[in-house]
Ligand binder design. Structure first.
Ligand code: KIV
Ligand code: ZN
Length: 389
């Protein structure tokens, strides 16, 4: 299936807003500009650049990202307050393609905080979305904690937001509470039920508290969501947000069952992942899907032997497609003779079968004592085998 025959899913990246809200992940102004540039360059459709009312620094970052942007939609977040929305507009308006994203918590728990009745909140939504739409023709609205909001009330407020002019309706799973089937059903039923739903784009915004963010996001796409909200490396509050690299690669690798295309150049994933990890100070776990150090590494003898014969035996995507130079076959105590021979060849060492046997015995002995055996160790073993015979 070609990309042209697939439905388009828009990638909304919120690394600079929800990602940066992660305790300890604060980025400097220059770092934010750099990440925004990398996001635009990799083909992200919408960049949520920050929360302009939150601080002077956030306002400056969103404004400058807006001014420098060329192709991506630049979005700022605003609470359901006129002053927030005005400040947000001031920051994003210099972008060629600005968007205001305004939200309010609609579940019973969240309604209790501003102490608004259901009717009062509905009026507030009408007033704030109308205000945002009078400023900007691209307005996103989110009922925060949508997945714990009463169904009837959710339909009612989504309809109000659409009538007031919202062009994107985002359905957040703010606390990572939903599960895949429910996530798909919620979007599907909203699209079927709410008048005017077919005139807007539905978005999904999942958190990872139960480790289900990517699964819930993909399910929402199957339910009809055409914008997915995510962050690089899954950075975000608590257990994080949906990881951009996971959704994009899942859609690429499993296009056979999920026929949706994104505009992301996946070969730029590794670089931005490393930059976000460095500037946020959040290391990427070794076994993290797509971008972890071990995601394309194989240590056991059976796996290494298989990989040397045919890469597809243990890899479902090419490391080059996410921006890596290639597969890695680290040598350790589980490695076999085939991997050792391949490594020796890489290092420019040609040995006969007897020498290989001798070096292999020495290698196993060392690997039992050392977690990872490096190139220097192998070369030392070769020298020892040659001199000691
Ligand atoms: O998780 C959430 O509900 C949010 C909203 C502000 C969209 O981040
Ligand atoms: Zn969020």
């Amino acid at each position: 299936m070609t990309d042209d025959s697939k439905s388009r899913v828009y990638i909304f990246d919120t690394t600079l807003r929800d990602g940066e809200q992660s305790p300890g992940a604060t980025m400097t102004h220059a770092e934010k500009l750099e990440i925004a540039e990398l996001l635009e360059d990799m083909g992200v459709d919408i960049i949520e650049a920050g929360f302009p009312i939150a601080s002077e620094g956030d306002f400056r970052a969103v404004s400058e990202i807006a001014q420098r942007s060329k192709t991506a939609v630049i979005c700022g977040l605003a609470r359901a307050q006129l002053g927030d929305i005005d400040r947000c507009w001031e920051a994003v308006r210099q972008a060629p393609r600005p968007r205001i994203h305004t939200f309010i918590g609609t579940s019973p728990l969240h309604r209790a905080i501003p102490n608004l009745s259901m009717d009062e909140m509905a009026d507030r939504i009408h007033q704030t979305v109308t205000h945002a739409r009078n400023l900007c023709d691209n307005v996103q609205w989110s009922p925060m904690d949508a997945t714990r909001t009463e169904w009837d009330y959710l339909c009612r407020v989504v309809e109000i937001a659409i009538k007031a002019g919202a062009t994107t309706i985002n359905i957040p799973d703010t606390v990572g509470y939903t599960a895949p089937r429910e996530s798909a059903d919620l979007i599907r039923r909203l699209i079927q039920t709410v008048p005017g739903a077919d005139e807007v784009i539905f978005a999904t915004h999942c958190h990872n508290d139960l480790g289900l963010a990517t699964a819930n996001t993909l399910a929402a796409v199957e339910g009809g969501a055409r914008q997915v909200e995510c962050t690089i490396n899954g950075l975000g509050e608590r257990a994080g947000n949906t990881a951009l690299e996971e959704v994009v690669m899942a859609l690429k690798v499993r296009g056979d069952i999920m026929p949706f295309a994104t505009g992301v150049d996946t070969r730029k994933i590794m670089h931005i992942s490393r930059r976000v990890s460095t500037v946020s100070g959040f290391p990427v776990q070794f076994n993290k899907a797509i971008v972890g150090k071990n995601a394309f590494a194989h240590e056991s003898g059976i796996h290494q032997d298989g990989m040397l014969k045919n890469k597809e035996t243990f890899e479902i995507m090419r490391p080059e497609d996410v921006g890596l130079a290639g597969t890695s076959l680290p040598l350790g105590k589980h490695s076999g003779r085939a991997a050792l021979r391949a490594k020796l060849r890489d290092l420019g060492v040609e040995v006969g079968d007897n020498q290989l046997k001798d070096i292999f015995v020495r290698f196993k002995d060392l690997a039992d004592r050392k977690k990872e055996v490096f190139d220097e160790d192998i070369l030392a073993l070769v020298t020892a085998a040659m001199t000691e015979g």
